[in-house]
Write a protein that binds this ligand. Structure first.
Ligand SMILES: C[S@@+](CC[C@H](N)C(=O)[O-])C[C@H]1O[C@@H](n2cnc3c(N)ncnc32)[C@H](O)[C@@H]1O
Length: 258
């Protein structure tokens, strides 16, 4: 159960929405398949993947849809994704450089728009969601999947401080309620949510961002302090220099109707 969500869950269950609120522990590598299944991708779908990175989710989804366009602000990520597409002989994908808040696509173009692990990088998440919604057909689905933080502002700030120490491109991890509010304000109808957790080992987590020694030690110190003070909901376990903690994920499938 995600802390602080009990009343909200009950409320939503009563409104008859499809729910999966008991967060399962899943392996990191399983998350893309989970998100693709949750999205209900159809073979005829034209799909957009925002902040696609090197295309980890994009290639998973592209195997199940008609066409997929990936957009990322980083030229090197787009080059990597494009190389992978050529290597894999993927004919139904194309990748381009672009900013989530200014997409070069016409209104009502896509059946599904995805954004995995993008929202927490955006300084203006509501604007980015607005752009994604603009490019969606009606009916069409926005699927947002990201790591979320606590509903408690102090815990959330402590958590975001740790994430920023590790990766300066991290802007802000939102809480589940904040994500729901942005989707509602964008005029979408939240059709389903899924919650799960991934357990992370500190050394693996730092390796992903190629952290130098100074960054590694600063981040380690913040995690150790947070463990002592119990100032986050990361379930931090420390043993010497080994640290493990939990990332809480939330995926939302939201419908555009007009
Ligand atoms: C953690 S990676 C996620 C990549 C991919 N979605 C995945 O799930 O593997 C975050 C990506 O967001 C991209 N990004 C950050 N700000 C962006 C923006 N304003 N517009 C588009 N992409 C952005 C980064 O370049 C990076 O590739």
């Amino acid at each position: 159960m995600v802390s602080g969500e009990t009343d909200n869950e009950r409320e939503r269950s009563e409104s008859g929405r499809e729910l999966d609120f008991a967060p399962r522990r899943v392996k990191w590598d399983e998350t893309v398949r989970l998100i693709r299944e949750f999205a209900g991708v159809k073979a005829t779908d034209r799909v957009l993947d925002i902040a696609c990175g090197e295309g980890i989710l994009a290639f998973e989804v592209a195997r199940h849809c008609a066409y997929l366009a990936g957009v990322d602000i980083s030229e090197s990520m787009v080059a990597l994704a494009s190389e992978r597409a050529i290597e894999a002989g993927a004919q139904n994908v194309s990748f381009q450089v672009g900013d989530a808040v200014n997409l070069q696509f016409a209104d009502d173009t896509f059946d599904r728009v995805f954004c995995r692990l993008g929202i927490h990088h955006f300084p203006h998440p509501a604007e980015a969601i607005g752009e994604m919604v603009r490019t969606l057909k009606s009916p069409g689905y926005l699927i947002v999947a990201d790591i979320v933080s606590s509903e408690d502002p102090a815990w959330r700030e402590a958590h975001n401080r740790i994430e920023r120490a590790r990766d300066p491109s991290h802007h802000e991890m939102l809480s589940p309620r904040q994500v729901r509010a942005i989707l509602n304000e964008a005029g979408l109808s939240l059709e389903a949510e899924s919650h799960w957790q991934t357990r992370r080992r500190f050394s693996d987590w730092m390796r992903i961002v190629n952290a130098d020694r100074q960054t590694t030690e600063r981040t380690r110190k913040l995690l150790q302090e947070a463990a002592k003070k119990k100032s986050t909901d990361l379930d931090i376990a420390t043993q010497g220099n080994n640290i493990e903690f939990t990332h809480r994920w939330m995926a939302c499938r939201a419908l555009k109707l007009n």
